[in-house]
Design a protein around this ligand. Structure first.
Ligand code: ZN
Length: 115
């Protein structure tokens, strides 16, 4: 995978993650409104505790998506800097298979687990 392919893959993943985060934020916000106004039943959740849990879950997944966007931005910056595909921990090339599976990977599996 050359850097042009990597950039394309990263931009696609970035757009998907942003779209998911936006959808989740809208969902969480609608749930919060429903809880505040006591309309949980309208949204199909009878138990306020379940609704509150659903808000927390939605917020958590949205945060994961935003962290993913940040990791993608960092990978795009490494492409611009000419260091894409090199491990940020040890500096050696990251295996192609790992980059194909996770284009925003910044390190080796072993280096990541050591950090
Ligand atoms: Zn490494």
């Amino acid at each position: 995978m050359d850097t042009n392919q990597a950039r394309g893959a990263l931009l696609k993943l970035r757009a998907q993650a942003l779209e998911q985060a936006a959808r989740l934020d809208a969902e969480a916000s609608a749930l919060r409104d429903a809880i505040r106004t006591g309309e949980e039943r309208v949204r199909g959740i009878d138990d306020p505790a379940t609704a509150t849990g659903a808000v927390a879950d939605t917020d958590r997944i949205s945060s994961v998506m935003k962290e993913k966007v940040a990791a993608i931005d960092a990978a795009l910056a490494r492409i611009d800097a000419g260091t894409y595909g090199l491990c940020v921990v040890c500096g050696k090339p990251i295996p192609e298979a790992r980059l194909e599976f996770r284009p925003m990977a910044a390190d080796h599996v072993e280096c990541a687990s050591r950090a």
